[in-house]
Design a protein around this ligand. Structure first.
Ligand SMILES: [Mn+2]
Length: 241
């Protein structure tokens, strides 16, 4: 069983959604330890304002991640658009390894491209502009140097603002752009992509330079429903948590 690889994303863990936290803690304690590797493709947390934030349920999650990685399960994490400030201290505390925005892994013989998914939503020009700005060291140092309380308040404000913006945006620009998908696959020499972010779970097959390519979109976690993508040498299946 140790030869399994699990993919999940978009848990959006927060104090306000204890059901999701509980489900994830249960996953870490039971299901995850049976796998060889776990890939969390971003937005594990609904907001991450710095590795020094001890607000619940962060410490409990740190502890169980540490427990899991200490027993030999590898855990990899890609930054999402909500938790891109996860940093080195979090990795030290948990044994989790951070991956870059695009990462290629060898998934039982097939090169597979992993990404959170927000980079592929190129039609959302305003978001991409904010994204570029917020990934600079200047922006991040400026934010992280603010007192914790101020960051907590700012995060609340941003989440509220993002909720308002999302209601106004057309649903098309919130999905991936197919040209961006093809370019990313070409750039990384892959025919398989796994991502989250859009909260539109599914498997899409399409042509890439006369070869069959596939895009797996992971499900976001909800109070009463959570899904992970499980791969082994034989293939994949979706598993309800
Ligand atoms: Mn996201």
């Amino acid at each position: 069983m140790n030869n399994e690889t699990l993919f999940l994303s978009d848990l959006h863990i927060s104090f306000e959604k204890p059901e999701i936290t509980q489900r994830f803690l249960g996953f870490l304690e039971h299901r995850a330890s049976k796998a060889g590797a776990i890939y969390i493709l971003g937005d594990l947390f609904d907001a991450w304002i710095g590795d020094d934030d001890p607000s619940p349920p962060n410490n409990k999650i740190r502890k169980l991640l540490k427990q899991l990685t200490s027993t030999g399960t590898k855990v990899f994490l890609q930054p999402g658009n909500r938790d891109f400030l996860l940093g080195e201290r979090f990795c030290r505390d948990t044994g989790v390894r951070l991956l870059p925005d695009y990462a290629v892994i060898d998934l039982y013989g097939t090169p597979t491209l992993l990404t959170h998914g927000d980079l592929l939503c190129t039609d959302d020009v305003a978001y991409q502009a904010f994204r570029s700005k917020s990934r600079t060291p200047e922006w991040q140092n400026n934010v992280l140097s603010k007192p914790l309380l101020l960051r907590l308040l700012a995060a609340r404000w941003y989440r509220f603002r993002s909720y308002l913006h999302k209601r106004k945006k057309s649903s098309d620009i919130m999905d991936v752009n197919q040209h961006a998908v093809l370019t990313a696959l070409r750039d990384h020499n892959c025919l398989r992509l796994i991502h989250g972010h859009t909260h539109r779970p599914g498997i899409h097959s399409f042509d890439l330079d006369n070869q069959l390519a596939q895009r797996f979109v992971l499900a976001d976690w909800q109070k009463d429903k959570a899904e992970i993508l499980c791969w082994n040498a034989e293939g994949y299946q979706n598993e309800t948590q």
